[in-house]
Design a protein around this ligand. Structure first.
Ligand code: C2E
Ligand code: MG
Ligand code: MG
Length: 594
């Protein structure tokens, strides 16, 4: 007969029977099929044997003098080291009651004496197999439990990480806006509860960061942000919060402070510490901070208001020349509100077509003759009346609205030239100059838009002149050269506006395809006055002529100025002396009489 367990090394069987001959018979047969067998002749011995060296299975007699098999079985089922051992009763008792008792005591099987060895063997094998399966299941269970535990830990960790990054910035590990606002909120509660409790919030923006990011790459940009974060952390005390609000904007909550001076001294310290060069990937990058600062006050109702005011102050610092700090005050708020309203109104203005174009004549100076116009936008606000471009163009530039506004002007101007062209032969050579903001250079569709408008109006491009300011040239040099070359390809003339205010040298100028220089009004205005700039005017004209450029003088208001400019051989001029910017109908009259 094949022993199913023979291949298993040493399965241990314990036989319990008060009659040694019974043990001997069974033991012999079991050993023969490959089991290891021990035998004991009393219940007590059985307990000791099972506990000291737990067998794999027990064959247990019932009727024994000191302790019967039921009792032995119940005992063994009480101890962890023996509870799992399968116990097969072997007994001459045949009553069903006895079998029920045996199973109730914890037995797994019941063999009636006299037994057939094949039966004993088969049942032993079966229960060993059960036991083995049970063991494997247990192992599997344990393994599963372990894995569940591991997963749970990983999940908890991930959750912890999620929780962390819900309130922190992933690049710098600093607090993020949310955490900062929560802390400012707590501080604000104390301000409302305790007299004289003070804290400060600073918003810090890195000057020139965008340029560093664009020119040196994002890796360097990111490193710089991390370095700045670490530097800021060294400057604060543990109770304070350093946060990154996004991009190159940071904020610091100083909580509490003794007085306003403490916050100001701190702002000064940040300014000095961050106005420096950082070495990143062996490159030296230079930055400086613009800092806005606001001090707590019981009138603040929400942390957002505080952050907003620090932000407004930061904007002021930037506007006043960067690398400095400003403390928030009420005028700033009013100003910010005004700009916001203006922006909303501008959007309406675009939708409702509230813009018009006026035309200021440009005159040839020797002999005097009308050669063209400069197109200047006018905004008729439905409630506030006339708003000058000096006021709304900067807002349009900051909000991107200059792009649709620029298109409106271009369309209106082209339409106007086309109308005049059809009506009057003297308009054939008319040129109209349109002002282009440097912010429009960012519009990748700019050239395409100009093409489209010209085509829609079937207008030749040489009727248009583009005016860009000298400062915008300096800001954008490379991309501007490309753009200007594109415009030149289309035969559009380029005029450099407000010349003399942007500190560009004429030698630098010569890289740009510029046709005309327009000398800034401030120079013309000084003619004949004590702080006369006429030498500068003279050299601009001479140099421009050497570079084959024409010169327009802007803002001629008096005859004296005109005569002087004529003497200097200035080519063209415009100004109140000739005409103010005129509505189309007035400009048209001039054109007819020319
Ligand atoms: P700008 O291009 O330098 O335009 C000349 C400004 O000087 C105009 O002011 C004009 O009215 C004014 N002006 C002309 N002659 C005289 C004079 O003899 N004396 C004085 N005191 N001023 C004179 P305006 O129309 O208020 O425009 C201001 C600025 O707004 C313009 O300066 C230009 O930079 C910008 N701007 C105007 N229209 C547009 C536009 O359609 N698009 C863009 N991007 N900017 C525009
Ligand atoms: Mg202009
Ligand atoms: Mg100008």
């Amino acid at each position: 007969m094949i022993n199913p367990n023979a291949s298993e090394p040493s399965v241990n069987i314990l036989i319990v029977d008060d009659k040694p001959p019974n043990i001997q018979v069974l033991s012999k047969m079991l050993t023969k099929v490959g089991y290891k067998v021990r035998g004991v002749t009393s219940g007590k011995m059985a307990l000791t044997a099972a506990k000291t060296m737990p067998p794999d299975i027990i064959l247990l007699d019932i009727k024994m003098p000191d302790m019967d098999g039921y009792e032995v079985c119940q005992h063994l089922k009480q101890f962890p080291e023996t509870v799992e051992i399968p116990i097969i009763f072997i007994s001459a008792l045949q009553d069903a009651q006895d079998k029920v008792k045996a199973f109730a005591a914890g037995g797994v099987d019941y063999i009636i004496k006299p037994f057939q060895f094949e039966e004993v063997h088969a049942r032993v094998s079966l229960h060993l197999a059960f036991r083995k399966t049970r063991y494997q299941l247990q192992q599997l269970n344990q393994e599963l439990e372990k894995r569940v535990e591991e997963r749970t830990t990983a999940l908890l960790e991930a959750q912890g990480e999620l929780l962390f990054y819900a309130r922190h910035d992933s690049l710098t590990n600093l607090a993020n806006r949310r955490l900062l606002l929560e802390r400012v909120d707590l501080a604000l509660k104390r301000v409302h509860e305790e007299d004289h409790y003070l804290f400060a919030v600073l918003v810090i923006d890195l000057d020139r960061f965008k340029r560093i990011n664009d020119s040196e790459g994002h890796m360097v940009g990111d490193r710089l942000l991390v370095e700045v974060s670490r530097t800021l952390e060294t400057l604060v005390s543990p109770a304070d919060t350093v946060a990154r609000l996004g991009g190159d904007e940071f904020a610091i909550l100083l909580d509490p402070i003794e007085d306003v001076n403490e916050a100001l001294r701190f702002a000064q310290e940040i300014k000095t510490t961050l106005t420096t060069s950082f070495f990143i990937q062996e490159k030296e990058v230079f930055t400086s901070p613009s800092i806005g600062l606001t001090i707590s006050h019981p009138s603040y109702q929400s942390p957002i208001e505080i952050l907003r005011d620090a932000d407004i102050a930061m904007g002021q610092a930037k506007e006043k020349g960067r690398g400095r700090y400003e403390i928030f005050n009420q005028q700033m708020h009013a100003q910010a509100l005004k700009l916001l309203t203006l922006e909303t109104d501008l959007r309406h203005g675009i939708d409702k077509d509230e813009f018009e174009v006026y035309y200021q004549p440009i005159m040839q100076l020797n002999p005097i003759a009308l050669v063209g116009f400069e197109a200047l936008i006018r905004w008729q606000h439905p409630r506030k009346g006339f708003i000058s471009p000096g006021e709304f163009i900067p807002v349009a530039e900051n909000t991107g609205l200059i792009i649709p506004i620029g298109t409106i002007v271009l369309e209106k101007v082209c339409h106007q030239i086309q109308t005049w062209n059809q009506k009057y032969p003297q308009a054939r050579n008319l040129k109209v100059a349109v002002n282009l903001s440097s912010k429009q250079f960012n519009d990748v569709n700019l050239v395409q838009k100009i093409d489209e408008v010209l085509e829609k109006m079937s207008l030749k491009s040489n009727h248009l002149k583009i005016e860009i300011t000298e400062t915008s040239l300096i800001e954008h040099s490379l991309s501007t050269i490309k753009l200007l070359k594109e415009l030149k390809k289309r035969d559009l003339e380029i005029c450099l506006d407000d010349f003399g205010t942007g500190y560009s040298s004429l030698s630098y100028l010569h890289q740009f395809p510029v046709d005309t220089l327009k000398i800034d009004r401030s120079f013309i205005n000084s003619i004949g006055k004590p702080q006369d700039n006429s030498e500068i005017i003279q050299s601009i004209i001479t140099l421009a002529h050497n570079l084959k450029m024409k010169v327009v003088a802007e803002g001629i208001e008096t005859e004296e100025q005109l005569i002087y400019l004529q003497q200097l051989n200035c080519d063209f001029g415009q100004g109140y002396f000739f005409n103010r910017p005129l509505p189309p109908i007035e400009a048209e009259k001039l054109l007819i009489n020319n």
